[in-house]
Design a protein. Structure first.
Length: 66
């Protein structure tokens, strides 16, 4: 598997994009997975698989429980 990918995704009539197959395979993104959309008007858009921060949020919220 490659570590990097550059490609183009077209925006459809409903504003949807298709994540290229190579990227879905690289990040193990499957149908039904949740994606977090991070936006900064100057820097652009980043997509993050929701699972990537699940562990972090679990750690944050579990610190208050004892």
């Amino acid at each position: 598997m490659k570590d990097k990918f550059v490609g183009i995704a077209k925006v459809g009539e409903k504003g949807q994009i298709v994540i290229p197959k190579e990227v879905r395979e690289m990040f193990d993104i499957k149908s039904g997975d949740s994606i977090i959309v991070l936006c900064d008007k100057e820097k652009g858009i980043a997509l993050l698989k929701a699972d990537a921060i699940e562990d972090l949020s679990d750690k944050i919220f579990s610190k208050g429980e004892k």
